[in-house]
Design a protein around this ligand. Structure first.
Ligand SMILES: Cc1cc2nc3c(=O)[nH]c(=O)nc-3n(C[C@H](O)[C@H](O)[C@H](O)COP(=O)(O)OP(=O)(O)OC[C@H]3O[C@@H](n4cnc5c(N)ncnc54)[C@H](O)[C@@H]3O)c2cc1C
Length: 426
């Protein structure tokens, strides 16, 4: 069993165990008319609480848990899955449990508040997948994030509802679920209330701001005192700048410098409000706050033969890999860097120079507007017609990464050999 899958496996086992606990220690049949439906509803409600507690736990970004999921970006993928499963199960639960409109007590009102609160938050969260819902959460990621912050309150209200309704008597099962409620509630309070006391937010200064082309900013950051801890090349950080309110938002960026450098470099493509504002306004001398480093995107854990694929600004972790080659390269790497136009490519000369210096690194720069789009067929052909013995490392626009992943899988590449960094937490 791979360590980086252990977290997901434990989550699945805990969900199964929750169901098993309810069946091994069933509630006392008190003779009520809808006993079976109430029982089924309580089992589902318990699983919803367990899944939501996982989501809240992962949203607290516990750094120590990264190796068990394969990095923080993968933890956010699991967060999306547990949240979506909890939401769908909640909808099924509503259909299953007997609901009466008479004799409402506190628990019923709380259920109503919790359910509609969760629906109002989760539907817009699914927005990237259901475009018309985008309108509900507002146009920006920040407005979506602000709305998302209330989910824990409805989780807590939902649990209090479970305690204040006419629930079935199931001492062991209810206490088992209580453990998860406590984990979820503490995680939520940590994220939103007291986490700041423990989180390592480290003060930096912007030492230099460079523009390698007309849409990319390279920011050079120097620690005011102790720097953040970097474990390996290719990790990412969260940074905010203290110059004005637009820039005081924490955003994730890959560290494109090497771990041994005494400064941090991030290379940022202007694509939305924050990054465009930064491109136009960030100045040397600005104070910054950095959190990290996170991430497990690490070619050094892969096999001898490797293929690296960077699309657009997805080149940043590979820049860090290349800048870290001080002691040489112990892998045979075909590095494909693809952008639409020549002027979109950044640090090409540096990549070519590294390929000249390290003969095991072969750089293939592809301008799709003139050379045609890079395809998996091209890559496999170049690998001698069979890439199954290779490890693939990809970073780039999500549709590109997803399309490449499914093509490599179709070509018989084992899933465990395909590694990618998602530039997306939503
Ligand atoms: C692990 C990781 C590493 C990244 N590395 C780089 C990099 O090296 N260079 C680079 O140019 N970009 C990188 N990104 C993407 C970068 O974070 C977004 O482009 C940037 O945050 C967009 O902000 P915006 O307001 O300009 O754009 P918007 O249009 O507001 O957002 C575009 C998308 O970026 C994401 N995003 C926006 N704000 C945040 C936020 N506060 N936290 C998390 N995600 C957000 C959302 O998916 C959103 O849909 C990385 C993202 C991740 C998750």
């Amino acid at each position: 069993m791979k360590k980086n899958n252990l977290g997901n496996i434990v989550f699945i086992l805990l969900v199964l165990l929750t169901v098993i606990v309810w069946f091994v220690f069933p509630p006392i049949n008190d003779g009520r008319e809808d006993f079976a439906r109430t029982y089924a509803g309580e089992v589902m409600g318990s699983v919803v609480i367990v899944l939501m507690s996982f989501s809240l736990f992962l949203a607290a970004r516990p750094k120590w848990a990264e190796p068990y999921f394969g990095g923080l970006d993968k933890m956010y993928q699991t967060h999306r899955r547990t949240s979506t499963s909890a939401f769908l199960l909640l909808l099924v639960k509503i259909l299953v449990v007997p609901i009466t409109l008479e004799n409402w007590r506190l628990g019923n009102y709380l259920a109503f508040v919790s359910f509609f609160g969760i629906v109002a938050i989760v539907l817009p969260t699914l927005a990237p997948r259901i475009p018309f819902l985008n309108k509900l959460s507002g146009p920006t990621y920040e407005s979506w994030k602000k709305l998302h912050r209330f989910i824990g309150i409805f989780f807590i209200v939902g649990y209090i509802h479970a305690l204040t309704i006419d629930a079935l008597s199931a001492f062991i099962a209810i206490n088992w679920v209580q453990i998860f409620f406590i984990i979820g509630a503490i995680s939520y309070l940590y994220t939103e209330v007291f986490g700041g006391l423990f989180k390592k937010s480290v003060p930096y200064t912007v030492e230099a701001v460079n523009h390698p082309n007309n849409s990319v900013t390279e920011v050079v950051l120097r620690a005011k005192k102790d720097p953040i801890q970097k474990q390996r090349a290719g990790q990412f950080l969260f940074v905010r700048f203290l110059s004005d309110k637009h820039m005081n938002e924490s955003h994730p960026f890959t560290i494109s410098s090497a771990p041994h450098e005494d400064v941090l470099r991030v290379t940022i493509k202007a694509c939305g409000d924050f990054t465009r504002h930064l491109f136009a306004n960030l100045k040397a001398g600005t104070d910054a706050v950095v959190e990290g480093a996170y991430g497990m995107f690490d070619y050094k854990t892969g096999g001898q033969k490797q293929i690296w694929i960077a699309g657009g600004i997805g080149v940043t972790p590979f820049l860090s890999f290349i800048r870290d080659l001080e002691t040489g390269l112990n892998h045979d790497v075909d590095f494909y860097y693809t952008v639409r136009h020549r002027d979109e490519a950044v640090f090409v000369e540096e990549i070519k120079a590294a390929a000249k210096k390290h003969e095991r690194l072969k750089a293939h720069i592809r301008y799709s507007s003139t050379d045609g789009s890079l395809t998996v067929e091209d890559i496999i052909k170049n690998a001698g017609g069979n890439a199954s013995g290779y490890d693939i490392y990809m970073c780039g626009p999500l549709p590109m990464v997803q399309a490449f992943e499914s093509k490599f899988r179709e070509a018989g590449m084992p899933a465990g050999n395909i590694h990618f960094e998602e530039f997306n937490f939503k």
